[in-house]
Design a protein around this ligand. Structure first.
Ligand code: NDP
Length: 317
């Protein structure tokens, strides 16, 4: 067990747009932040291709490039990083305590920015064939399916973005959605409909992913008639939304029925004074890099103000 002696002003848990923006602002405010950023730092943008809607990049930017820039900008003002996973937290008394395995860190304030993770369908075949044709990341794995048929599941912007990206590789891309209506924005749906390699198949659910050692096809079932259909596929991409990464916090911080942390309206404050939540971990509505970054900024300002108001030994413990 290693207890780090110093009590930090602020620890930020999570290294995505929200966490790095919180770090940038708190570093510039002289709070010497520590970001525990996870092993695969960068968050969901690390598995995104072109980001076309982040203001300031008129020609678009690759997600990993943007996150490397975010991180560098936070680092420039003195942010320190631990590239590992938080394994436990204790917010029951101050200073708050955060563990990375046997390393214990302490801080007067904590900003939770752990984001959300891709959801899976939960089929046995999906788990068995993961890395063998089943993927949740078109940017990472798309190139493996050059000149092969691909199936994408989902009807939101993520599914359409992945399907459009995958047309660069596949002979044909079939987007399968469980409803005939799509959640995705009109522009994405229109782009997909106009694409000669892309087919939209609705309303179908996935029965099974076919293949013994690698994906050979997908059995889908019509949501109304129950009729089944076998689609040929070498790649199977799941893009059905996300769940918040809140397992570490749900016994200590208020959350909604889906596990998203609840913050006070117009603020990033949680139910525990001195603990703040920013980005996708507390936002299931907007979930954009720009809104996550904005929320990270709010968290840093809230933490800074809170520290200024609560500084002093009489408030410790
Ligand atoms: P969404 O929640 O928007 O969409 C999820 C999709 O998956 C829905 O079509 C949903 O169907 C379907 N789905 C959910 N669970 C299952 C299941 N178990 N089986 C089958 N289908 C399922 O998630 P996204 O990740 O697409 O998008 C999240 C947010 O990020 C959105 O706000 C989106 O606009 C944004 N985004 C923006 C992008 C951009 O602007 N470039 C790119 C990517 C995302 P149903 O509708 O029936 O619930």
């Amino acid at each position: 067990m290693t207890q780090h002696d110093d009590v930090r002003e602020v620890i930020i848990i999570g290294g995505g747009p929200a966490g790095y923006t919180a770090a940038l602002y708190s570093a510039r405010a002289g709070l010497n932040p520590l970001v525990i950023e996870g092993v695969t730092w960068g968050g969901q943008l690390m598995i995104t291709s072109d980001v076309e809607n982040y203001p300031g990049y008129p020609d678009g930017v690759m997600g990993p490039t943007m996150m490397t820039d975010f991180r560098r900008q936070a680092e420039r003002f003195g942010t320190e990083f631990v590239t590992d996973e938080v394994t436990k937290v204790d917010f029951s008394e101050r200073p708050f305590r955060v563990w990375v395995e046997k390393d214990e860190y302490r801080a007067k304030s904590v900003i939770v920015a752990t984001g959300a993770s891709a959801r899976w369908l939960g089929l046995e075949s999906e788990q068995r064939l993961q890395g063998r044709g089943v993927s949740a990341c078109a940017t990472c794995d798309g190139a493996f399916f050059r000149d092969k048929p691909i199936v994408v599941i989902g009807g939101g912007d993520s599914a359409f973005e992945e399907a459009l990206f995958l047309t660069r590789f596949g002979t044909k891309v079939t987007l399968v959605n469980r409803r005939s209506e799509f959640r995705a924005s009109q522009i994405m749906v229109e782009r997909a409909k106009a694409h000669e390699k892309l087919e939209l198949l609705t309303p179908y659910t996935v029965e099974e992913i076919l293949g013994d050692t690698s994906v050979t096809g997908v059995r889908v079932k019509h949501a109304d008639t129950g009729e089944t259909l076998d689609l040929e596929a070498a790649g199977f991409f799941v893009a059905i939304g996300h769940d918040p990464n809140t397992k570490l916090f749900v016994d200590q911080l208020d959350h909604d029925e889906n596990g998203y942390l609840v913050t006070k309206p117009g603020s990033t404050a949680t139910n525990i004074a001195g603990v703040f939540a920013v980005g996708d971990v507390q936002d299931h509505t907007y979930r954009q890099a720009i809104t996550a970054a904005g929320s990270g900024c709010m968290g840093a300002l809230d933490a800074e103000r809170w520290l200024a108001e609560h500084e002093g030994p009489e408030h410790e413990g």
